[in-house]
Design a binder for this molecule. Structure first.
Ligand SMILES: *[C@@H]1O[C@H](CO)[C@@H](O)[C@H](O)[C@H]1NC(C)=O
Ligand SMILES: *[C@@H]1O[C@H](CO)[C@@H](O)[C@H](O)[C@H]1NC(C)=O
Ligand SMILES: *[C@@H]1O[C@H](CO)[C@@H](O)[C@H](O)[C@H]1NC(C)=O
Ligand SMILES: *[C@@H]1O[C@H](CO)[C@@H](O)[C@H](O)[C@H]1NC(C)=O
Ligand SMILES: *[C@@H]1O[C@H](CO)[C@@H](O)[C@H](O)[C@H]1NC(C)=O
Ligand SMILES: *[C@@H]1O[C@H](CO)[C@@H](O)[C@H](O)[C@H]1NC(C)=O
Ligand SMILES: *[C@@H]1O[C@H](CO)[C@@H](O)[C@H](O)[C@H]1NC(C)=O
Length: 764
């Protein structure tokens, strides 16, 4: 075989890679930093030679083990290796070797579809966003349903000539995946998925079960949902079973969509994600929307495909917007790299209320997407009184599968409990009750996250306090009865936005100096396009940071439309520094489930403000050099830095602290007596504008800003300032405040998060 033949085989093997005979092997990613050579053939050849060496010279084994080669934007490959072979790859020239891990989509639960969104109005007075037809948004997700009216190309101008992407077709000829002037590119990535999930005999089985469309077509609905939130066309008269009816549209309805399907029914593998990032960089997208992430706690930046892909995308001028995750707990936020824009989830002012009328006349509002009508009241009992077989009353109270006794449940409304929003499905509990012959369910949900669920029988979710009232009513009478009413759309019943209970929280578990999440956007009960392949619905209601991420993607597309030359960090700065910490009634935004006042670990800089983000006046810009200094500050040496960046960069001495990255928020996790950070502001507003520093104080910490007045003589002028934190009264916990630079008509605000280092903790 000549060498060009070998290379051709390697390209084919992207899809055809056979698992090697060696059963203890798995797929690893060997990541070698930024690509220096522009010639992908060169890189492929090198990878291949290196692989052959690892396989003791066997060309066939090397070919069979190869899954992907990466050469656009970054270098490396994915291949099936034994643990020993993988460890041998940690050699000079290699940044990291990590297993092909599966990442998960950031919806609250794949079965708990939910409520309704009102996208904040995206008609922004005073700015023309017509140019959004030249903004290309890439979605790394589960694909798209191209026939959905949300992706119609009616009235759209020709595809921008700079676009280099392509449209992959379909293997099944009964479906035709075709692109249009709205969906201008579509690709799919199966190599990493098949290498992990298909082996030997169950190949065909895996095929039938999990790979519905071997094409960019969306079988799950998630990808169509996220793409339509960011960039869906206006569709009149959408609704979910009559709920939330009205028109639906994305944030930037004229922006172009490029689809990178790297996620399949069971999740998204690193090897496929990296291939998607590589193509998106090559194709020329402007923004990437990534509604998925690693499990918490996240590993090192350069052992995580999303961080790696985003790092190189950013250095090619692409803004990467991602979801913070749905783990809810402190420190659980993921997608932590400073070069990403990471989004938390909030509620909107719309809820789905389903009333429960108790037999004693008391009416209680619960939440549900239930549309069933119940004609009479029904006997109502706690599930703990209907335990079956070996299940204890306590176990049965959660309505687990098979835990209910048919004889006791038949014809009744069952009161079930739910504690954790991620491990069990609320929807499934309604199926369990239905299977046991129940006619309704009241779900007492202690996670109180206000996620509305499309239950399969009349059912409604209440919080713990209401749940106690219901249980005490049942306890007070011999024959308790209740009626559950169908859900209705209710506007303005609670303060909005609130931070959603499931939204993952800071601090940043990897680099405490970088605040994460960055901003919050609607992610609770969002109505958007869906794949009819799943549940035969064209629109659906979902919750998760998966849904808040594309809201910000859409807004970023509008900023890019108005300011095409802005860098990813400038767009990010504009969105962050104009965000608000007040709700629609101008009270402090609160956080579910407990209703306490939210802080920057809940929402970063705050809730996105569409009225202000196009006119920030000043921006915190960061360039490649700044990220290089950041990598030095978190411990990269010259050699590893050069691999990642692909140039001759060295760390300047002394190495700055990570707090000094020119980030739009300021976090100092370990102040001893006093600590200062520097920032640089760039004027993108009028010449001669004057800004004054205004600090909202931190408890027990004195803050000085020097200078506290900045005068920008012209457009593009940069000014430095320092912020000094001096400990007045130490406390163990983080304290929060903010720094605003106020000009005549514009203002930029950064949250401040500071923790005092207590004696004996941390290192010098
Ligand atoms: C695919 O294309 C053929 C020919 O253009 C057409 O007859 C058929 O209906 C299409 N199928 C779908 C699912 O759109
Ligand atoms: C309630 O009554 C309506 C109309 O009479 C009927 O269509 C529906 O099936 C009834 N629902 C139940 C749960 O019996
Ligand atoms: C269900 O309850 C009935 C009546 O109390 C009882 O006779 C039966 O054994 C129970 N069945 C199971 C599976 O627990
Ligand atoms: C029900 O009432 C009994 C006594 O009347 C009491 O011991 C029990 O705690 C009550 N249970 C609930 C859930 O209120
Ligand atoms: C019904 O029962 C609940 C629980 O005991 C109680 O809080 C409520 O006040 C009762 N309603 C009426 C109208 O008596
Ligand atoms: C502002 O800060 C940057 C980065 O820390 C530095 O390179 C630059 O020289 C500073 N400019 C002034 C005027 O001090
Ligand atoms: C902090 O500020 C207060 C009020 O200006 C001042 O009295 C105090 O001495 C300051 N503390 C420190 C440690 O600088």
């Amino acid at each position: 075989m000549d060498s060009s033949g070998a290379m051709f085989f390697l390209f084919l093997s992207l899809v055809l890679a056979q698992p090697s005979s060696c059963f203890s092997s798995q797929v690893y990613i060997v990541y070698m930093g930024r690509a220096n050579s522009d010639d992908p053939y060169d890189i492929l050849k090198q990878n291949h030679q290196m692989l052959t060496a690892v396989h003791e010279g066997s060309m066939e084994e090397a070919q069979a083990s190869h899954v992907y080669s990466y050469s656009n934007g970054f270098r490396g490959f994915a291949a099936r290796l034994t643990e020993k072979q993988a460890s041998e790859w940690l050699m000079p020239g290699v940044v990291s070797v990590f297993p092909n891990t599966k990442r998960t989509l950031h919806t609250t639960h794949s079965w708990d579809f939910l409520g309704l969104s009102t996208d904040a109005s995206t008609e922004i007075p005073g700015f023309s966003t017509k140019n959004q037809e030249n903004v290309i948004i890439g979605f790394i997700d589960t694909g798209i349903w191209p026939e959905s009216p949300s992706f119609s190309d009616d009235g759209m101008p020709p595809v921008p000539p700079r676009w280099k992407g392509l449209c992959q077709g379909e293997e099944d000829p009964s479906f035709n995946f075709t692109c249009n002037k709205k969906i201008i590119g579509a690709r799919y990535y199966l190599g990493g998925y098949e290498a992990e999930e298909k082996s030997g005999d169950d190949r065909t089985k895996a095929d039938d079960k999990t790979i519905k469309f071997k094409s960019p077509r969306d079988s799950s609905g998630h990808g169509s949902h996220t793409a339509s939130i960011a960039a869906g066309r206006y569709v009149a008269n959408t609704n979910y079973k009559g709920l939330a009816s009205g028109g639906a549209r994305g944030g930037a309805p004229m922006a172009r969509i490029a689809v990178y399907k790297a996620c399949w029914d069971s999740g998204c593998y690193d090897a496929d994600l990296l291939a998607a990032f590589e193509d998106a960089i090559k194709d020329g997208v402007d923004i990437l929307s990534v509604s998925l992430g690693p499990d918490s706690p996240q590993g090192d930046y350069f052992s995580d495909s999303i961080s790696i892909g985003s790092f190189h995308a950013t250095s090619h001028g692409i803004l990467v917007v991602s979801s913070a995750g749905n783990a809810g707990a402190p420190g659980s936020a993921t997608n932590l790299a400073p070069w990403m824009l990471t989004v938390a989830a909030s509620s909107t002012d719309r809820d789905f209320g389903s009333y429960i009328l108790l037999g004693n006349g008391t009416s209680i509002m619960g939440e549900s997407l239930n549309t069933f009508r119940m004609n009479t009241s029904r006997r109502t009992i706690p599930a703990s009184e209907a335990n079956a077989g070996y299940f204890t009353p306590y176990q049965s109270s959660f309505c687990l599968d098979s835990s209910l006794n048919r004889t006791k449940v038949k014809g009744k409304i069952i009161v079930c409990r739910h504690m954790d929003s991620t491990s069990e499905s609320r929807l499934t509990k309604s199926l369990v009750v239905k299977k046991a012959g129940g006619v309704g369910m009241i779900l007492i949900d202690e996670s109180e996250d206000h996620v509305a669920v499309p239950f399969v029988i009349p059912a409604s979710t209440v919080g713990k306090a209401m749940g106690d009232t219901i249980l005490s009513y049942i306890n007070s009478t011999r024959r308790a009865r209740s009626t559950i009413f169908p859900a209705r759309t209710i506007l303005g019943s609670r303060a909005a936005p609130r931070v959603a209970a499931f939204s993952s929280r800071g601090p940043n578990s990897l680099t405490a100096e970088i605040l994460k999440p960055d901003v919050a956007a609607p992610g609770l009960n969002i109505l958007a396009a869906w794949s009819p392949a799943k549940n035969n619905m064209n629109f659906n209601i979902l919750s998760g940071t998966s849904m808040s991420c594309p809201h910000v993607t859409g807004l970023a597309a509008l900023v890019k439309a108005v300011y095409p030359s802005w860098s990813p960090t400038a767009i990010k700065s504009a969105i962050m520094t104009t965000a608000t910490v007040l709700d629609k009634n101008r009270h402090a935004i609160v956080s579910d489930p407990d209703g306490r006042v939210a802080n920057p670990f809940d929402y970063g800089s705050g809730f996105v403000d569409t009225n202000r983000l196009l006119n920030p006046g000043l921006i915190y810009d960061a360039r490649s050099e700044d990220y290089k200094s950041f990598l030095c500050s978190i411990g990269y040496d010259d050699q590893s830095l050069q691999l990642v960046t692909g140039d001759k960069s060295i760390c300047t001495r002394p190495v700055p602290t990570a707090s000094n990255l020119n980030y739009p928020s300021i976090t100092v996790p370990n102040v001893k007596k006093s600590h200062f950070v520097t920032r640089t502001l760039t004027n993108i507003g009028k010449a001669g504008s004057v800004y004054q520093a205004v600090v909202s104080p931190l408890k027990g910490i004195n803050v000085t800003v020097i200078p506290n007045v900045l005068v920008f003589e012209g457009y593009g002028i940069k000014k430095n300032f320092t912020v000094t934190f001096t400990v007045a009264k130490p406390s163990r916990d983080y304290v929060f405040g903010s720094l605003s630079w106020k000009g005549k008509d514009t203002q930029v605000t950064s949250p401040l998060a500071v923790r005092v280092r207590v004696n004996g903790e941390g290192t010098i």
